[in-house]
Design a protein around this ligand. Structure first.
Ligand SMILES: Nc1ncnc2c1ncn2[C@@H]1O[C@H](COP(=O)(O)OP(=O)(O)OP(=O)(O)O)[C@@H](O)[C@H]1O
Length: 274
């Protein structure tokens, strides 16, 4: 029996505050693949993840997760089997310990439980071990670096033994060496566990060699395919609906308006966007 796609969007449209962020987007993510999700600020990467999780309602179209329709807004059906790592900037860092922050996500998010049983504690410890973060367990979040907090968010995403990981900019605020190290850690974990990974990023370079596919979002549209097919002048010009140029220089990739105008999307290690 052939395995259904891990994720499948068909004619998916999502509005936010009256703006059509995703406009009849269709793509299919094969199970077990590692997908870099690219696009400029506001392109809809987070919105897509939230729609997959059932946190944003589709105005049209459907999302199927492992062959089953995803849940509706506010429901939990869409979350089964999915681990979500939100953007670091959404994390409120206080005196809560790393261990308790990870534990807060047990069973889909019930913060404030005063006591955890042995099985629950073992799950938290295993998730921390998976990202080599046991040493951070008893330190307050406020005393951790951005990269350390990101490891805890990744541990949280792994807590329920997901088959699909949605990682929203897990490389943000890391230095180039840490970006590559983190990308490799996630890749190794995914391969060892047979996970499907969608990782949004503004910098494609740390993912080079790990990605099976790129999912590029622009102007409400999406294009999914192998890196060498998507990151081309012709493919991205068609996606943007305007002439853009993909420039490869010293192993870095830039997407610029044709004629050397504004950088639309810079994928170099400096990670600057315009
Ligand atoms: N909480 C919100 N309420 C209403 N609109 C929002 C909200 N968050 C984002 N949007 C809008 O939805 C659009 C897509 O935003 P989204 O965060 O999905 O993009 P993104 O590709 O993840 O961007 P970035 O790379 O800057 O994180 C933007 O126009 C944004 O202003």
């Amino acid at each position: 029996m052939t395995q259904p796609p891990a994720l499948q969007a068909s004619g998916l449209s999502v509005m936010r505050q009256g703006r059509l962020v995703l406009d009849s987007v269709s793509f299919s993510v094969p199970a077990g693949s590692f997908v870099g999700v690219l696009g400029g600020n506001g392109a809809g990467k987070t919105t897509l993840f939230r729609a997959i999780l059932g946190l944003e309602a589709a105005s049209h179209g459907t999302i199927c997760i492992e062959g089953h329709p995803a849940g509706q807004k506010g429901g939990h059906a869409g979350r089964a089997g999915i681990g979500y790592m939100p953007q670091l900037r959404r994390l409120v860092a206080g005196q809560l310990s790393g261990w308790h922050m990870v534990a807060a996500a047990l069973g889909g998010g019930r913060p404030g439980l005063p006591w955890y049983g042995r099985a629950a504690r073992a799950r938290v410890d295993a998730a921390l071990d998976a990202v080599d973060a046991r040493g951070l367990a008893h330190r307050p979040l406020a005393a951790l670096s951005g990269g350390e907090r990101q490891r805890l968010l990744l541990a949280q995403a792994l807590l329920d033994d997901p088959r699909i990981l949605l990682l929203d900019e897990p490389l943000a605020s890391l230095d180039p060496a840490r970006m590559r190290e983190t990308a490799r850690r996630i890749y190794d974990l995914a391969r060892a566990r047979g996970l499907t990974v969608l990782m949004s990023t503004h910098d494609i370079n740390p993912l080079q060699g790990f990605m099976d596919h790129v999912l590029y979002l622009a102007h409400g549209k999406a294009l999914l395919g192998p890196v060498e097919e998507v990151m081309t002048t012709s493919a991205l010009s068609a996606l943007y609906g305007a002439p853009v140029e993909v420039i490869h220089a010293q192993g870095r990739v830039f997407v610029v308006a044709e004629g050397g105008g504004d950088t639309l999307h810079s994928c170099d290690c400096a990670g600057h966007m315009a």
